[in-house]
Design a protein around this ligand. Structure first.
Ligand code: MG
Length: 323
């Protein structure tokens, strides 16, 4: 049976930030969330470059090697862009993706590939259970794993914005990846930290149990994040396996590649890591423009406009289509 997907995708500026540095992508068989970081307009450029690079080279299905190559290609593209523009120096982004994978030379996908760098997340909702597939590459995740803070403390930790891995830091990039069987009815949720820092896993699972339609799930999760204050940009992509093999959902395996984030912190110099909670960006700037004015002396982020309407950079996609 031909594998198909239904999906919904939504990214929202939230209630506090002036600009949306998140970016999402959703098409049949390739779903991506990127959460950009960096002063001036670097964050939104980094996430946009990551999505553009990840989607360059044709639609899914692709091979696992191609998926991994796209992540490394995105990293190289961000580094190259930053090197050519002083205003973008130090920009970076998370990226997580779910892709329909096929063997070389095959047109029909036979499994899903998941990749992750940073603290955006991929969850699987199967058999009525929500399970986080990816591991966050963040300081709080390291502290949590070492038992030094609780899960509740992690959600409000003052340094929850410090990443241990991101695209745009250097050419030596470590990418976590998983391969999972395609299972009819499974839903995959990709999100930026703006969702899970505001909305608990129990609430997320309840929404997935209550609503079947991926677009409605995305809408509802963003609404819940905004209702709880949305101190960050919030992005949600929901991809449902609509047609395909109907077998029992297998357990989520350990990552096929890469070790979990090293327990040694900082793996990234905190000066290089990104304080994403800082208000950044120029509220007057055109969000569609890709090239910010070179203005290394003045940082418009120092004076964000609190009167700017929230949600004005809301973008929305949803479609129904098979691969
Ligand atoms: Mg974020």
């Amino acid at each position: 049976m031909t594998v198909g997907f239904r999906w919904g995708a939504l990214t929202d500026v939230g209630r506090v930030r002036e600009i949306n540095q998140d970016a999402v992508h959703a098409e049949a068989g390739l779903f991506i969330v990127a959460d950009g970081m960096g002063g001036h307009r670097g964050g939104e450029v980094a996430s946009a470059v990551a999505i553009a690079s990840m989607t360059d080279g044709g639609q899914a299905p692709i091979t696992l090697d191609q998926l991994l190559a796209r992540v490394h290609g995105a990293n190289a593209a961000i580094l190259e862009r930053a090197a050519g523009d002083a205003a973008l120096a130090g920009m970076g982004t998370t990226v997580c993706a779910v892709a329909a994978l096929a063997d070389p030379g095959e047109a029909e996908p036979n499994r899903l590939g998941i990749v992750n760098v940073g603290d955006s997340r991929v969850y699987r909702f199967a058999d009525d259970q929500l399970v986080q597939v990816t591991e966050d590459h963040s300081l709080v995740e390291t502290l949590l794993r070492e038992g030094r803070i609780s899960a509740d403390e992690a959600r409000t930790h003052p340094h929850r914005n410090i990443l241990t891995r991101a695209l745009g830091i250097g050419s030596d990039l470590e990418v976590d990846y998983w391969e999972l069987p395609i299972h009819l009815g499974d839903r995959y949720l990709l999100c930026s930290d703006g969702l899970f820092n505001e909305v608990g896993d129990d609430q997320i699972a309840a929404v997935l149990r209550r609503l079947a339609d991926p677009a409605q799930v995305a809408d509802e999760l963003v609404r819940l994040a905004n209702d709880s204050g949305s101190r960050d940009n919030v992005s949600v992509v929901v991809a449902a396996v609509d047609t395909g093999p109907d077998e029992s959902a297998p357990p989520i395996p350990e990552p096929r590649g890469s070790a979990p984030a090293t327990a040694e912190f900082p793996a990234v110099d905190p000066q290089v890591a990104f304080a994403v909670d800082d208000p950044v960006g120029d509220p007057a700037a055109d969000p569609a423009a890709d090239d910010p004015p070179a203005d290394p002396a003045g940082d418009p982020a120092a004076d964000p406009d609190p009167s700017a309407p929230a949600g004005r950079r809301r973008r929305r996609w949803w479609k129904r289509r098979g691969t």
